[in-house]
Design a protein around this ligand. Structure first.
Ligand code: BTN
Length: 332
């Protein structure tokens, strides 16, 4: 571990406490100058310290910078089975983790980034991933299951996100089938699970669960194409260590549900949090958009709908997407 990492570890585990330069230098077996340089470097990365003569430095509670140490602080024991790597900028956490998975990375490898330059969404869409205002993470899983069951990873992740953002923000979070988390009618999170499977056995080789959360609106607002739908957990940059806490909460809850995925203990909550059941929706992605009513979600997490002609259909997530119907939208 570098001096910077060791120092960050100490400060993250004792947020608000003062540590003198001399004490840190002695603990780490380095010079006071090396400690000073590490603190300066952390400041340049966005950490805020109080410096009081005779007492030393203290990491302010409101520093909101993603780091391995910051996430691990909230995970406690469950961090032992994980390999968390935090980056400032990547192309896409899913793309990076896919390369690592193909090279044998272990289950529990997690890539977290503060910015993505080529964030990917479902249906080959882009996922807007600006720096500083979002949280983008991907988790590598190697479950023994059939490829179609990978959907349960996505639904478990949606529940993990909804619970976590609710805990941290106090705002209630809903889920729009299959993988979008909403607060106050706006999408604050998207989830993209990508899987590789063995053609002969049909078993999964690995699944990468990628989660993007808008923590607060980006400077200048969301781009025009998503302005009507996108929202964020907070209306303005939150004061406090929010990103590490949200990352840790999502990872921990998802790993807990994943440990017993076949029991689908998250299922009832997934249904309860649905923002579309009983609503008029438009089914997209297979020819002409069609108006329907969202009736129920079955145990396989498929959506059962009734079209305006009275026919019913069970929709799998891979094939379609849906949106809430506008009141004056014409049936197509
Ligand atoms: C969607 O809403 O269509 C899914 C968006 C998924 C975005 C996340 S951000 C972390 C991970 N890396 C990616 O490139 N995409 C996923």
């Amino acid at each position: 571990m570098s001096v910077r990492e060791e120092i960050l570890n100490i400060f993250e585990n004792g947020r608000g406490e003062f540590f003198s330069g001399g004490e840190l230098a002695e603990r780490l077996g380095v010079s006071r100058n090396a400690v000073w340089k590490a603190v300066r470097q952390l400041e340049s990365e966005g950490y805020h310290f109080d410096a009081v003569s005779g007492k030393g430095y203290s990491l302010r509670q409101e520093s909101d910078v993603l780091s391995e140490q910051g996430i691990i602080r909230y995970l406690g024991q469950s961090a032992e089975k994980l390999d968390i790597r935090v980056y400032k900028t990547v192309t896409s956490t899913n793309t990076l983790l896919k390369e690592m998975a193909a090279n044998g990375a272990a289950e529990g490898t997690v890539i977290v980034a503060a910015e993505q330059t080529a964030g990917k969404g479902r249906m080959n869409r882009k996922f807007h991933s600006p720096g500083g205002t979002g949280l983008y993470l991907s988790l590598l899983l190697r479950p023994k299951m059939k490829a179609q069951e990978a959907l349960f990873i996505t639904t478990a992740a949606a529940v993990a996100v909804a619970r976590t953002v609710e805990e941290v923000s106090g705002k209630s979070a809903g889920i729009k089938w299959v993988n979008d988390v909403f607060i106050n009618g706006r999408k604050i999170c998207g989830i993209l699970t990508e899987a590789s499977f063995d053609m002969e056995s049909g078993e999964l080789e690995y699944a990468i669960c990628g989660i993007g959360v808008n923590i607060c609106p980006p400077d200048g607002g969301f781009p025009d194409e998503i302005r009507e739908i996108a929202g964020a957990v907070f209306d303005a940059p939150p004061a406090g260590d929010v990103k590490n806490r949200i990352a840790a909460g999502i990872i921990e809850k998802l790993m807990n549900d994943y440990a017993n995925l076949s029991a689908r203990s998250f299922f009832d909550e997934y249904v309860k949090r649905s923002v579309i059941l009983g609503e008029d929706i438009t089914v997209l992605g297979r020819g002409e958009p069609r108006r329907a009513k969202a009736l129920s979600i079955d145990r396989s997490c498929n959506l059962v709908v009734r079209y305006e002609d009275g026919t019913e259909e069970t929709l799998g997530s891979g094939e379609v997407s849906i949106r809430k119907a506008e009141k004056n939208e014409k049936n197509a």
